[in-house]
Design a protein around this ligand. Structure first.
Ligand code: G3P
Length: 271
């Protein structure tokens, strides 16, 4: 575990300027081999505003994510509420994502979420335009740009194949296809609507093969994960299937084990 003192040291501006040149992943430098970097296949665990996953409980989920990585080698990134983000980042090596940031510049932005502030708090990436926080396309484009300026990894959500194609044109790091009607339903997109996953993979890769494709909505077990990967998805976005599970640790481990069984040679996206 990286001591808070070291993390604080790392955050000293001069060190930051020095590291910027290396395009290294923030925590990678500080924690050397202990920090978990974003690799595919990927699990992105969205804690939303679930009571079961706020405050100290958010930290517990991040520690579960870290243990799952240690046992399976599968990266589990965690997206807590903004108020919990720094405590989560300082309590575990799991990559931490914001659920939302605003395309604003430092200065007079009362009530908005500044990308640089999230990065300073230990954030590695951000969700953009989740179906529960949808944004118009011009704001999505501006947010991708600002998030990138703050060195945040960008995962843009889309609710249709067409939307995933339009979003890919703005070159986010990843697109997550999620039909809103299946979110929180326990009915997995990879089985109930395989055509939307396959369609999004084709649409996104057709625009820019470098853009990764995740799928989400209703995913609860290993079979749902295997089905998603067989459709060409490179990872999953999941929430209630883990947060609301009787045994969240066992639920997350099952999803990761399915990826471990399936995975092709690991591709390191941030080294
Ligand atoms: O962001 C993930 C989410 O929208 C999927 O929700 O609860 O169906 O896994 P859930």
């Amino acid at each position: 575990m990286v001591s808070p003192r070291v993390k604080t040291l790392y955050r000293h501006a001069s060190v930051d300027r020095f590291l910027k040149g290396y395009k290294y992943h923030r925590r990678q430098i500080v924690g050397a081999m202990s920090a978990i970097i974003v690799r595919y296949p990927l699990i992105l665990l969205n804690l939303k505003t679930y009571e079961e996953a706020m405050g100290q409980r958010a930290i517990e989920f991040a520690r579960i994510a870290e243990r799952v990585y240690e046992k399976t080698g599968i990266t589990v990134a965690v997206a807590p509420q903004a108020v919990d983000l720094q405590a989560v980042a300082e309590s575990s090596e799991a990559p931490v994502f914001a659920q939302h940031v605003d395309p604003i510049k430092p200065g007079k932005g009362t009530g908005h979420i500044l990308p640089e502030a999230m990065a300073e708090a230990g954030c590695e990436g951000t969700l953009i335009s989740h179906s529960e926080r949808q944004l118009p396309m011009e704001i999505i484009e501006a947010t991708i740009k600002r998030a990138r300026e703050a060195d945040l990894y960008t995962v843009v959500c889309a609710d249709t194949v067409e939307k995933s194609r339009s979003v890919a044109a703005h070159s986010p790091d990843a697109v997550a296809i999620e039909p809103p009607e299946l979110i929180g339903s326990g009915i997995p997109v990879s089985k109930a609507q395989p055509e939307i996953v396959r369609g999004a993979v084709g649409a996104v890769k057709g625009v820019n093969p470098k853009v990764r494709v995740l799928c989400g909505a209703g995913i609860t077990d290993g079979e749902d994960v295997t089905a998603a990967l067989e459709l060409g998805a490179e990872g999953i976005l999941v929430a209630s299937g883990v947060v609301k599970a009787k045994d969240p640790s066992a639920a997350l481990m099952e999803l990761a084990r399915a990826m471990q069984r399936w995975k092709k040679p690991v591709t390191d996206v941030t080294g």
